[in-house]
Design a protein around this ligand. Sequence first.
Ligand SMILES: Nc1ncnc2c1ncn2[C@@H]1O[C@H](COP(=O)(O)OP(=O)(O)OP(=O)(O)O)[C@@H](O)[C@H]1O
Length: 914
Amino acid sequence: MHVRGTVAGEVDVRSVSTSYGESDLAEVPLRLAEEGDEPTDAGDRPPTLGDGGTATVADGRETTTVTLWNKWTESAELLEPGMELLVTNAKEEEYQGETQYATTGDSYVVVEPSFLVSVTSIRNWVECPRLYYLNKLSGVPLNYPVVKGTLVHEVFGDLLRGRDLEESIEARVEERGLELGLLGETPEAVADDVRENATAIEGWLDQGRLTEADSWRSEQLLISETFGIRGRADAIRRGAPVELKTGKNLKKEPRFKDKVQAACYALLLEEHGGDVDTGTLLYTKNSVLDRNEETGDLTPAKDFTMGDGLLKFVVRLRNELAATEVKGDVPTGYEGSAKCEYCFEQDACMVVSGRLDQESKAGQIGQALPDEELEYFERFYRAIEEERREVHREYAKLWEQSAEERADDDRALIDLEFVEKRPLDEGRWELRARRTGGATSKLREGDLVLASDGHPVRGDAELARIERLDDEVVLTADEPVEVTRLDVYPSELTTDRLLVALHDALLKGDERRKDVLFGRAPPEFEDVDETFIDNNDRQNQAVTKAVGANDCALIHGPPGTGKTYTIARAVRAMVERGERVLLSAFTNRAVDNALEAVLEQLDGAIDDERVVRVGSESGVRADMQPYRLERAGDPDERVAELQNAQVVAATTATCGSRVMKEQAFDVALVDEAAQLTEPGTHAAINLADRFVLVGDHEQLPPVVRAENDLTESLFERLVERHPEAGVMLDRQYRMNQRIQFFSSTEFYDGQLRPAAPEVAARTLDDLEGVSRDALPDSVRNPVSFVDVEGDRSRYTDSREAARITELVEAYEAAGLDRSEIGVIAPFRAQVSEISKHVPDDVAVDTVDRFQGSSQEVIIVSFTATGSLEGPIFEDYRRINVALTRPKRALVLVGDSRALRTDPVYERMLEWARR
Ligand SMILES: Nc1ncnc2c1ncn2[C@@H]1O[C@H](COP(=O)(O)OP(=O)(O)OP(=O)(O)O)[C@@H](O)[C@H]1O
C-alpha cells in the first residue's frame, strides 16, 4: 500500500531498542491525501480510512502517523511541515485504536514526489551538492569535451539504430560545423577522435549481438511519478540501462557517480514494469589506451549488480536535492563528502562563494557584491526557482490530469488514429497519425512533444518533433512509437537560461552597466547632430538617443507608433557607424518583423551576407530563411558566416545558447522588451556594450507561470528609474481616431495621436469593394457595441459566438475579405466555441496571439454574464492590446450589465456607445 500526504507537524526522530538491536525511527505526522488527489493507478490508491481509526481531522482530511525506519530517518530529517511525502509498500498498524503506517523492507520514502529531479542533477549532486548548484548558475559552456561527448553519444544512438559507423560519424560531425568552427577544430581531427571512441562501442555491440536474447533500444525518455525522477537513458539492453562515458576508467568497477546515474534509470525502468538487477557503463576511452602504458582494467564495458541498497541510496539522494530546492536553500558542499582539493571547480567555487557571500566548504575569495546586488541576485534566484516549480507542476499534470482534461486545457492532442511508422535513412523514424475531431491545441509545427501510444508517462512515449500538423500529424523521433496522443513537453531550458543570464549579468557583468542598472549612475549620452527621421519628432529623438547612448536608451512605443520602423532606422544608423548590432526580441515573430524592416532600411548599405538570423528552421519565417545561419557544414565557413555578420538577429532565448554566448556586440536592440523578465532581458544585453530596449509596458507583461518579481520587465523598471533615457513615440499610424481615443485617454494620458489626417479618418469605405452602407446600422461606426445577454457559462458564451458569426457574415456581405477580420476572446474555450462557427480564414484567438499584429476589423467577445470577478482579460493591459488591433472598425460584443460593474469597462462602454 502507498501512503501519501502532507507533513502536518514536527517530525520526531529517535533511537529505540528492538529485538534486532538499536534502530532509528522517525515519526511523521501526515495529513493523508484524499482519494482523487492521487493518480488513478488501481491498486496503488491511498488508503481509505475506516470510521473509528484516526486521530485528528484537519482541513477535512485525516491526520495519522507514519513511522520511517532506519536509513529512511535521513530523509525524515529533511521534512518540514507542509511538505509532501510518499511511502511505498507501507504496512498498516493498529496503535491504541488508531490506524498508523510504517515502512517495510520494500518501502521507498519519497520527499516532494512531484518535484521532478533530472538524472543529471542527481549525478552532479552525488559528486558534490555545491557543484550541482554551480552548474545550475553557469550552464554548460561551449568547450570541446562537451561537444565531443555529445557527438559520441549521437553516434552511439545511430549505431544502435543500425546506421553505418562511418556514415554516422561524417553526418554528426558535419551537423556540428558551427560549434566546431567556434572551437577552432577541424572536421578530420574531430572525426578521428569520435571514431576512436566509437570503435569501442562498435566492438562491444558486435559482441553483444552474439546472444539471441539481446534486445536493444536507443535513448529512452523516462519519467517516474513515484520517485520524482526524469531522464533520458542512453540505451536499454535487455531491460537494463547502459550508460556511455567518453572518459576512461581503469578500475574494475564503474565509478560511483556513474553507478548512481545508472541506478536512477533502473528506478525509472522498474516503475515502467521492468525488473532491473544490472547496469552497464561503457567507458569508450578505455579501448584507445595503450596496454603498455596503462595498467589496470582496460575493458570498456563494466557491468555491475544493482542492489536494493543502491536504489534506496539514490532515492535518499534525490530526497536531499528535492528538499533543498523546495526549501530554497543553497548547498554549501558540506552536505556531501567530496574533497575540495581534488575538485577541478575549486577556484570557480571559491569565486562564486566570495562574490555572492555564500558559505561554502571550498572557502571564499574576492570581495562580495554590493548589498543591493546581492539582494537582487537572491530575489531573482528565488523567483526563477519558483518558476521552475511551476514547470514541475506542468510535468505532474502529465499524470494528474486525464487525457480529456489535458486536451481541454490545450496541452494535448488526443484520440489520434495511428497510421504508420516508417524508418528514415539516418536510423530515425517518421510517425504518422490522423486527427479525429477538430481539436485545436497549443502545439505547433516544429515543437518538441511527447508522443505516446496513449499515456505520456505510463505508456510507450518518446520525444518527437512535429514536422507537419494538419488533418494528419507527421512526426520524427529516434524510436518508433505507435502514436495516438501528443502532449506538450514542459521544458526547464528557459528557466535554466534565466538563471545563467542572471549569474552572468551580476558576476561577469561590467561595473558601469551595473551602476546604471542599480541606479548608482545615470545613463550617459553622446551628442548626435543628425536628423534620422524628418516627419516624426519623437521617432527622430528615439533614434538619436539610441545612437548616442553610452549605456542604454528606452523607447516606449504605444500601438502602431512605428516602433519597428524606428528600430530599423536606428540599426541602419549604427551599421553606418561601423557597429556590430544584435537584434533581439522575445518571440521569433517579432525578430523576423524587425529583421524585415531592417533589411528594407539597409537596402544594400551592407552585403546581404553580413546579416544573419540565428534560429531553428521551424522558428524562422519562410522569407527570412535565406538569412538563417546554417549550423551544419564546414566549420571555417560556418564560423566565418557568424563572425562576419554585422547584424545578428535572434530571440532572447537563443541569445542564451552556447553559440550566441560566445558572441560580442557593440549594441543590442531588444524589441517587445516589456514582455521580457529582467533575467530574460539580460540574456540579450549581456552580449553587448550598450543596449536599447523597445516596448510598451501598457501592453502584455512578461509571460511567466509564477507570480513574483519576474512579472515586471527590466524595461518598465528602467523607464521609472531613468526617465531621461526614455522617449515615448506618440503618433500612431494604425487606428481611426475614434478607435484610438479610449486607449489614449485610459493608458497614455491622452498623448497618443493619429500621425496623419488620413489615419485619423480611415474607415472601411477606403477599402476597395467595401461599403459601410451595406452593414447593419449597429456596426456602421468605427467603434460599436453589441449588447448580448450571456448564456451564463463561465468560459464560453454560445450567444456571443452566434452573434459574432452573424457579424462576420455581415462584413463579408459588405465586401470585406474574411482574412481582414480578427476575433479576440479572453478564454481558449470561447476561442474554440467561436472557431466552430466562423470560417477558417477568420483569425480567432486570445489576446496574446494578437499582440504585435493588426487587422482592418476586430471583434471582441467579452464572454461574461452577470457580475465580473475582475478584469475579464485578467489584466487591463490585455484589453488595451485587444482594443488597439483594428485599423478601421472595432466591435465589442458583451453583456452590458456585467461590464458596467467594472469602472474601466464602464468607461469603455460609454465610449463605444457614444
Ligand atoms: N515616420 C514614419 N513615416 C511614415 N510611415 C511610418 C513612419 N513610422 C511608421 N510608419 C508606418 O506605420 C506603420 C506601423 O509602423 P510599425 O510597424 O513600425 O509599428 P509598430 O509600432 O511596430 O507596431 P506595433 O505597435 O504593432 O508593434 C508601418 O506601415 C510603417 O511603415
